[in-house]
Ligand binder design. Structure first.
Ligand SMILES: [Zn+2]
Length: 244
């Protein structure tokens, strides 16, 4: 990783000069959350940081250190998960964005390695738009990840879109941090009878024992490398196309 993208390694005179010149400052989000029997609680922090660093390098942006806690309502009952309320997330994101505006950031990107943060990112962006007239706040989270997985991943996604601790995430972790993976403990799990979750809130402990949704057993580091690269390239292309 190019050290020069790291926001918090700058001195204040460097920050004064470089923040207004960067295309964007990336506010990196993750979570401390269960990821099945075989991946660690830090999975979203590792993957979110990896993706955000790749994006920062390709878009002339600065990267803040990952905010390690997220909104993990769905998995909060699994041992170890730490859950922030959406309101807390929105307030933190709003305050961080206002600080960045104060220091001259041209654009602010909320980037999450955890899907559960998406509604908080959008709510914060709306608040910044409405209360502070900020139209330069963007949000990205595994953008178009289903389409990008075609031709790389093999196992079906759970209910067409689920990937939690399954082939995609596990492959990415095998590429990014193999020392954290316990593949001998990985099991395939496609819970059924979850139609209710479309119509009411269901903590995942109501329908899965493993905490993995899909098949992590077919994951490989090579799939993870190719897929991670594709995701970074895709999100960077959008940012370079749309942001001034
Ligand atoms: Zn995850």
């Amino acid at each position: 990783m190019d050290e020069r993208i790291m926001y918090d390694r700058m001195t204040w005179p460097e920050a004064k000069e470089r923040i207004p010149k960067a295309k964007a400052v990336i506010v990196s989000l993750g979570s401390v959350e269960e990821h099945g029997y075989h991946l660690p609680l830090c999975t979203d922090n590792v993957l979110g940081s990896t993706l955000a660093a790749g994006i920062a390098e390709r878009t002339n942006s600065l990267l803040l250190p990952v905010m390690p806690f997220g909104q993990v309502w769905s998995t909060r009952d699994f041992p170890g998960s730490i859950s922030l309320s959406e309101e807390t997330m929105v307030r933190v994101l709003t305050d961080v964005a206002l600080s960045l505006r104060h220091h001259g950031a041209r654009n602010i990107i909320f980037h999450s390695g955890h899907m559960g943060n998406q509604s908080a990112m959008k709510a914060a962006a709306r608040r910044l738009y409405d209360r502070y007239d900020m139209k330069n706040v963007w949000y990205f989270c595994y953008t178009d990840y289903v389409k990008l997985s075609e031709g790389i991943m093999e196992a079906p996604l759970w209910r067409g879109s689920g990937m939690h601790a399954a082939e995609i995430e596990t492959s990415m972790m095998l590429a990014a941090a193999p020392e954290f993976c316990h593949m001998e403990r990985a099991v395939s799990d496609y819970p059924e009878g979850c139609e209710e979750m479309n119509y009411r809130c269901m903590p995942w402990t109501e329908f899965t024992q493993t905490g993995a949704l899909g098949d992590p057993t077919v994951s490989t580091a090579e799939k993870g490398r190719v897929y991670t690269e594709k995701l970074i390239e895709h999100m960077s292309d959008i940012i370079n196309r749309l942001l001034e």
